[in-house]
Design a protein around this ligand. Structure first.
Ligand code: NAD
Length: 542
């Protein structure tokens, strides 16, 4: 009998394993990788708890070895999508009436499973399917996903505990109903943690969900489903469907009971989905909630008072970790003239030590970009710069897709602050630098703010406090995650709630209470213990 006010265990961030040479974790992870690399995985679609396989499949190939097949994923038909929605709606009542502590327990258990028995499997799936090195896989598919599940359970408790005051003879209460209908989660390739969090966050709050992972994340998506099922998620609460994204979205978004979109991906796709929702608006039962975290053109702005090695390290990690395929990746930098010479030497020395290749080789800092379309786009950008008058390639510029989609870490020097690659999101290991006259440092801030349509992350480097103070104020709308003397990547759940505005999204801060609040529809209840028995107020007496 649940007759006590339970509290959720206080979350702490999952410790990141080092995978240092000779460590047990490195050995176990590579064992999992090798075993999975040689096997064939068959990823089903999941409807009403049933794993459905058909002969309509696509192959899964590691981006770093694109002739090698590690399995297939199943392509849904329109009937599958209709069934997935029906299954959600049938599961809904029982799920939302399940005591919240049982709902929370499922995700706390999922976190514990990933922390323990599933850690190497989910990390290996991320390494193979998304070409992340072991450290990038660890901070994403293990640590961040564990943190999302643990912290969100605590945020749920805080939301439910938030209650209104009551005057004498009255008891006011707020209950946090899930949305009517179902939520649609559409997730990107680049973070396994985001893929897990987007369906899980609304579901934790009592919603039911159709989840469409990215075609380029299907291997680790399957592991997420395995974990959730083992953690006790009831049938039909999350239905995972894969296949043609346009067909699936069209089918989902025209349903009367569609009540929320939880999206992370490119700005262009988000806008397209928003427009589709708008066209269906008259047909819906409720106004759908729309949450989208999208693209970025993340900046690093450097003051002459900053330190060369600090800036250089932030640029290399910020721009090239996971091949620059983080929405938060540093992709444009503003460097004072007085620092450029020393910084260039520093970057050149560091880049000479960076190895590019398969994540199976521990010493490779940079691995493959996600797919052919991305590779071609990056190659086009590099070739464009090679032929441009107002920019040069300072470092890198090489690429090779014979075995995998490899692009060398590349640094472009732009002669003008609005050069093409200073503005557009490329989503690869390409950083563009603009060198400014030291005396004009304040004028560059307007360029930082206005050059791109995005406002996701940004970092400033300076020692002078008055500069830090001034720049922080002047760039207050330029980034939703703003870093002072640190790289613009690597947000940690519970520490730096993540998201940006302008073209970068609705800024609902994944992994925070603000995000979970989007998935509830509060009901206010007023109970009067001694209701009045006469309509006449005292003022009515003449
Ligand atoms: P994407 O937009 O290509 O795909 C995202 C999702 O949308 C995938 O599930 C995809 O299948 C689906 N999709 C694609 N076309 C669709 C269509 N026509 N209709 C319906 N769905 C469609 O993005 P991606 O390449 O997977 O991820 C990279 C992008 O995501 C970058 O722009 C990056 O900045 C952004 N991102 C943002 C954040 C953030 O928090 N702001 C985090 C991660 C990634």
């Amino acid at each position: 009998m649940s007759n006590a006010f339970y509290t959720v265990p206080t979350p702490v961030n999952e410790p990141v394993k080092s995978y240092a040479k000779g460590s047990l974790e490195r050995k176990l992870l590579f064992e999992a990788y090798d075993e999975m690399y040689e096997k064939q995985v068959a990823v089903p679609i999941y409807i009403n708890g049933e794993a459905i396989f058909t002969d309509q499949v696509k192959e899964i190939k590691p981006p770093h070895d694109h002739n090698h097949v590690v399995g297939t994923y199943t392509l849904a038909t329109t009937d599958h999508i209709k069934n997935a929605i029906t299954s959600c709606l049938e599961a809904k009542l029982a799920w939302e009436h399940m005591p919240w502590q049982d709902r929370a327990a499922i995700f706390l258990k999922a976190a514990a499973l990933i922390s323990g028995p599933y850690r190497y499997k989910i990390n290996a799936a991320t390494m193979i399917g998304q070409s992340k090195n072991m450290y990038q896989a660890e901070i994403d598919s293990a640590c961040e996903l564990i943190d999302f599940f643990n912290f969100n359970a605590k945020f749920l408790e805080e939301i439910y505990a938030s209650q209104p005051i009551s005057s004498e003879g009255i008891w006011n209460r707020t209950e946090y109903r899930p949305l009517e209908g179902f939520v649609y989660a559409v997730t990107p390739f680049n973070f396994t943690a985001i893929a897990g969090n987007l369906p899980a966050a609304p579901v934790l709050m009592g919603n039911v969900c159709v989840w469409k992972p990215s075609e380029s994340q299907m291997y680790s998506a399957q592991v997420i489903m395995e974990v959730l099922i083992e953690a006790g998620l009831p049938k039909g609460v999350i239905n995972m469907v894969s296949g043609n994204p346009a067909m699936i979205s069209e089918e989902v978004l025209k349903h009367k009971e569609f009540s929320g979109l939880h999206f992370t991906g490119s700005t262009q796709v988000f806008k397209h989905l928003w427009k589709q929702i708008a066209l269906n608006l008259d047909h819906y039962k409720s106004y759908p909630k729309i949450v989208g975290e999208t693209g970025g053109k993340d900046f690093v702005w450097v003051h002459p008072s900053a330190d060369v090695a600090t800036v250089g390290t932030a640029l290399i990690r910020g721009a090239f970790e996971y091949q620059g395929q983080k929405c938060s990746a540093a992709s444009r930098a503003y460097i004072p003239q007085s620092m450029w010479h020393a910084l260039k030497t520093y970057l050149g020395d560091q880049l000479a030590t960076i190895k590019v290749g398969t994540p199976r080789e521990a010493s490779n800092f940079v691995n493959a970009v996600i797919h052919k379309v991305s590779f071609n786009k990056l190659v086009d950008s590099i070739e464009f710069v090679k032929n441009a008058d107002d920019a040069t390639i300072e470092f890198g510029g090489g690429y090779d897709n014979a075995k995998g989609y490899f692009v060398d870490p590349t640094i472009i020097l732009a002669k003008k602050p609005d050069f093409k690659t200073m503005k557009e999101e490329l989503f690869g290991p390409i950083l563009t630098i603009y060198v400014y006259e030291d005396a004009a440092w304040e004028a560059t801030l307007a360029q930082v703010d206005q050059t791109s349509e995005y406002a996701l992350t940004g970092a400033i480097f300076a020692k002078e406090r008055s500069v830090i103070n001034k720049v922080t104020k002047l760039l207050s709308n330029s980034a939703g995650n703003f870093y002072i003397n640190d790289k613009p990547t690597g947000a940690v759940v519970g520490q730096q709630p993540f998201g940006g505005a302008r073209g970068s999204g609705t800024n609902d801060k994944a992994g925070s209470i603000y995000n979970l609040l989007r998935w509830v529809s509060p009901r206010t209840i007023k109970e009067n213990f001694v209701p009045p028995t006469n309509y006449k107020y005292p003022f009515l007496e003449s």
